[in-house]
Design a protein around this ligand. Structure first.
Ligand code: FAD
Length: 378
């Protein structure tokens, strides 16, 4: 196992840090306005398409170390803007990977270049109300009518829902799990308005309704192994949430460190007080341990070991809980100023909660890790 990044990888991280850091300073990325969210996402995708970042995990890139390079990149972007990160990663790393891993040659040809050039935004509808721990059986279904698949169902909490050009929707067809590629504006598709959320306020999230929504059969994807489709989608989502946690910890720790050196009480910078120093030490320890864990699962995912699902869940539980603790401690260091809206620490604190709810929730992760330890996991 070697988690060292090469000079080429470091240069990529510096490039995307500079691009996204500048973009974050110049734009309101926590906007509650869906139109502005859309504009931000499109401009950020266009900027990133000038680098190899969007292709990581999708296309083989020379001298980059697969998902390990991607994890370092995700950490960098999530530290610059959690909202932009979630929007970009859902479009690229979930919608994009659905196409690259399972799409037909013509589906790839039609959508992948535009996605990787930052010309289109993708969204993924998996979650439905009252799903079980394995997310099955999906209640969204399609029936064939001539050369069309007619979709009916409902999806909730869809990142990029109101702003996406194309939606990848998980459902059932002919007794199998499938993905339906639905273009925005297709008759029978209704997209809800942007939901108000605790964190990630700059992300356009909505529900989707399908009522006799007809798509061409060429827009249906049947993954090679339909039984592992849902597990794989969750695995990709969990990898993103691990990357998000690293970014949240990085921004919270850095902000708290700078503040502790600058802010004085009783005539001394607060970093001189042992309690504050201990907090920073604990935050850094959690951040570093999370980084190592995240890099390990990214490295392992490329090698595809048998226990990758359980290993990723262990990392997700650890990193997402660490993110909440680090952001909470950072807020204590910032005192009253940390509690005021619109600073990186309170933003990290609000966003950190999401990591434990989304993807495979912390509770369900623990159930599955336990099952895996007992040899019960599918
Ligand atoms: C901001 C946001 C963005 C999202 N984006 C997307 C997206 O783009 N696409 C998408 O498809 N989905 C998305 N989701 C959905 C997300 O991935 C989760 O699937 C969803 O939030 C789960 O919520 P739920 O209300 O259905 O939880 P429930 O499954 O109803 O769970 C409620 C609580 O019960 C616990 N619980 C449930 N079952 C068990 C069990 N068997 N054992 C122990 N505990 C259990 C859970 O851990 C949780 O604490 C998003 C969610 C949010 C909040």
């Amino acid at each position: 196992m070697n988690y060292d990044f090469s000079d080429k990888e470091f240069n990529l991280f510096v490039e995307i840090h500079t691009l996204m850091g500048t973009f974050a300073k110049e734009n309101d990325l926590e906007t509650k306005d869906a139109e502005k969210s859309e504009k931000n996402t499109r401009r950020a995708l266009a900027l990133l398409s000038r680098t190899p970042y969007l292709t990581l995990g999708i296309e083989k890139a020379d001298n980059y170390n697969g998902l390990l390079t991607l994890m370092g990149g995700m950490e960098t972007i999530a530290a610059a803007s959690p909202s932009l990160f979630l929007s970009i990663e859902t479009s690229t790393r979930i919608f994009g990977r659905i196409l690259s891993a399972w799409g037909s040659a013509s589906q790839k040809e039609k959508l992948l270049p535009a996605l990787l050039n930052g010309q289109i935004i993708g969204a993924v509808g998996l979650s439905e109300d009252a799903m079980n721990v394995d997310n099955d059986p999906l209640m969204t279904t399609a029936v064939m009518d001539g050369d069309s698949a007619i979709i009916s169902g409902h999806k909730q909490y869809v990142v990029n829902g109101p702003v996406a050009d194309w939606l990848a929707v998980a459902g059932r067809l002919d007794g199998k799990n499938a993905i339906f590629l639905v273009e925005k504006g297709t008759q029978g598709l209704s997209i809800g308005g942007k939901a108000a959320t605790l964190g990630y306020e700059g992300v356009a999230i909505s529900n989707l309704m399908f009522e006799n929504c007809a798509i061409a059969s060429s827009q249906v994807i049947f993954p090679e192994n339909d039984k592992t489709m849902l597990t794989t989608l969750k695995l990709w989502e969990n990898q993103i949430l691990i990357g998000a946690s690293l970014g949240l910890m990085k921004r919270a720790f850095e902000s708290a460190k700078v503040y502790a050196k600058k802010h004085k009480t009783g005539g001394k910078p607060i970093i001189a007080y042992q309690e504050v120093g201990f907090k920073l030490a604990q935050m850094l320890t959690l951040f570093q341990a999370s980084q190592l864990f995240a890099y390990k699962v990214a490295w392992a995912a490329d090698a595809e070991p048998k226990d990758i699902e359980s290993l990723t869940l262990c990392a997700k539980v650890f990193c997402t809980e660490a993110a909440e603790q680090v952001a909470g401690d950072a807020m204590k260091i910032l005192g009253g100023s940390g509690f005021l809206s619109g600073n990186p620490v309170e933003e990290a604190f609000r966003c950190a909660k999401y990591g434990q709810i989304a993807g495979t929730s912390t509770e369900i992760s623990r159930v599955k890790i336990g099952d895996s330890a007992l040899g019960l996991m599918k």
